[in-house]
Design a protein around this ligand. Structure first.
Ligand code: NI
Length: 179
């Protein structure tokens, strides 16, 4: 296992559409997943997509900290999705703060679907299907966007709600406290 270098906004790999994984049983994929999980934990993130570690393949890892789960049921521990697909459930969207390991020090408010249906393969290659709500749905939308070359600022609708973490905490922007 190894901690991988994280690409920052401006690196072209973050704007590419990532390729589907053709052989989920490839040991190279298991290795990549293990390294991505280690990298995500080392960086203190809740999600990481393969393009963020310079690998343009459709793989993402994430976790939903229990404190962020709210009232909805969430999978426990580290999650892996290979070739994920998302589909909104309904049209309802909500605003929420997001940060990104590829855009360190900043965060912004982004509209996301409240609920999504997701599917993909787990790291052992078995299919998974589920529904995600709230923070869980937000993380999935953020990470899946990475696989399509989309970074959160490209989804922003109000640039007044975009700033450096340090400043946002100093001035206690009300929305920043919702996190
Ligand atoms: Ni990100």
């Amino acid at each position: 296992m190894a901690i991988l270098k994280i690409a920052r906004m401006g690196h072209p790999v973050l704007l590419q559409k990532a390729q589907p994984v053709t052989d989920p049983a490839d040991p190279g994929i298991a290795h990549l997943v293990a390294d991505m999980l280690e990298t995500m934990h080392d960086a203190g993130g809740v999600g990481l997509a393969a393009p963020q570690v310079h690998v343009s393949q459709r793989v993402l890892v994430y976790r939903v900290p229990p404190a962020r789960a709210g009232t909805s049921e969430v999978p426990e521990g580290d999650q892996v999705l290979i070739n994920p697909r998302l589909e909104p459930i309904g049209e309802e969207m909500e605003l929420g703060w997001e940060g990104c390991l590829s855009i360190p020090g900043l965060r912004g408010v982004i509209p996301r679907y409240v609920s999504v249906r997701y599917s993909g393969l787990q790291r052992d290659g078995t299919p998974v299907i589920g529904e995600a709500h709230g923070f869980h749905a937000r993380v999935l939308q953020h990470e899946t966007d990475h696989l399509d070359g989309i970074l959160y600022p490209m989804r922003m609708t109000d640039f007044r709600l975009f700033g450096f973490d340090e400043e946002l905490s100093r001035f206690a922007v009300p929305e920043a406290r919702k996190e």
